[in-house]
Design a protein around this ligand. Structure first.
Ligand SMILES: Cc1cc2nc3c(=O)[nH]c(=O)nc-3n(C[C@H](O)[C@H](O)[C@H](O)COP(=O)(O)OP(=O)(O)OC[C@H]3O[C@@H](n4cnc5c(N)ncnc54)[C@H](O)[C@@H]3O)c2cc1C
Length: 287
């Protein structure tokens, strides 16, 4: 049986939850379709501006750490340059908990959520997007579909925007995306406080991440280490750069010494402002 809504939002990340919150707040019958059961893992540095935390009343237990200083390390000698962030600074979060808190705000505003629903296609009629189908064979209709399904958006592909962004310009999607590797390193709260204080760190340099940068976001017990580069500029495997950064870099290797790697994942970030048009008849893509 087809189910009918005013607005369907695909994806319960920050973009999806905020789009659903606004649509539901405005009175639209709004449905979020999310492929995973929430809260779900999301690779991220997890740095969030304090105005976001205050504006959305993010509960304190989600705030893993508060940063007052951004420390830059630049080649050739990787001297440290500290920038005082002022005010409440920045916060470090884990995205499973943070994103779920945003989804709950959308639900409190009247949006509906269906989990474990992988949207595989849009339904198009006479050139208009009229809804979506899911992998388990369900059909959902709506006046507007908002695609918040992340960097490799299935909705953008299904409605034809993906080809308009890349193929029609003679490019591939990898020409316009940054590839990231993220590692969680367990160090324990005491060591983290001694080594990092209230700083989070950014490192630049061709040998670290060509056309990109590396970061260390300390949390309570772990630190989130990552690096990202324009995919086409990577001369070696991303894991090579990560291992080099963590084990051989003069500053990072000392900061991470004795840590236990508990997770390593990769993810894409769409970088350039090349994704136009970002809307179509009955469809908006949020990136
Ligand atoms: C390694 C890394 C580090 C980063 N660090 C930071 C940082 O420190 N601070 C910061 O502000 N930003 C950071 N970012 C960027 C940030 O993660 C993104 O800007 C943000 O996640 C985008 O939110 P979104 O809601 O558009 O997409 P996402 O957060 O990717 O959410 C998309 C959602 O859609 C769901 N979905 C996907 N496909 C489907 C489908 N077919 N059907 C149904 N559901 C689907 C996914 O499960 C997911 O829940 C980082 C990104 C990466 C990769």
């Amino acid at each position: 049986m087809t189910q009918k809504y005013d607005v369907i939002v695909v994806g319960a990340g920050p973009a999806g939850s905020m789009a659903a919150m606004k649509a539901a707040e405005g009175g639209a019958k709004t449905l979020i379709l999310e492929r995973y059961k929430l809260p779900r893992f999301k690779l991220c540095g997890g740095g969030v501006a304090n105005w976001v935390v205050r504006k959305l009343n993010i509960p304190e237990y989600i705030l893993e750490r508060q940063y007052k200083v951004l420390s830059f390390f630049t080649p050739p000698n990787y001297e440290r340059h500290d920038i005082n962030l002022g005010g409440l600074g920045y916060f470090g979060v884990y995205r499973d908990a943070f994103d779920y808190a945003l989804t709950k705000i959308a639900l409190d505003n009247g949006a509906e959520l269906k989990e474990n629903k992988y949207v595989d296609h849009v339904i198009k009629q006479e050139g208009y997007v009229k809804g979506v189908t899911t992998k388990d064979g369900e059909k959902y209709e709506a006046d507007v579909v908002i695609a918040c399904d992340g960097a490799l958006s299935t909705v953008a592909k299904s409605c034809g925007m993906w080809d308009a962004w890349f193929k029609s310009k003679g490019e591939t999607w990898k020409d316009q995306m940054c590839f990231c590797v993220g590692v969680e390193v367990k160090l324990g709260e005491k060591v983290i406080t001694e080594r990092f204080g209230d700083s989070y760190m950014i490192f630049t340099g061709r040998d670290i991440a060509p056309m990109g940068y590396a970061w260390i976001f300390p949390k309570r017990d772990n630190v989130s280490v990552g690096l990202g580069s324009m995919a086409k500029t990577l001369e070696k495997k991303p894991t090579y750069y990560m291992n080099h950064f963590m084990k051989k870099h003069s500053v990072a290797s000392n900061l991470l010494a004795g840590g236990e790697e508990v997770l390593m994942r990769g993810a894409w970030i769409p970088l350039r402002n090349a994704y136009k048009p970002s809307y179509d008849s009955g469809n908006i893509v949020c990136w």
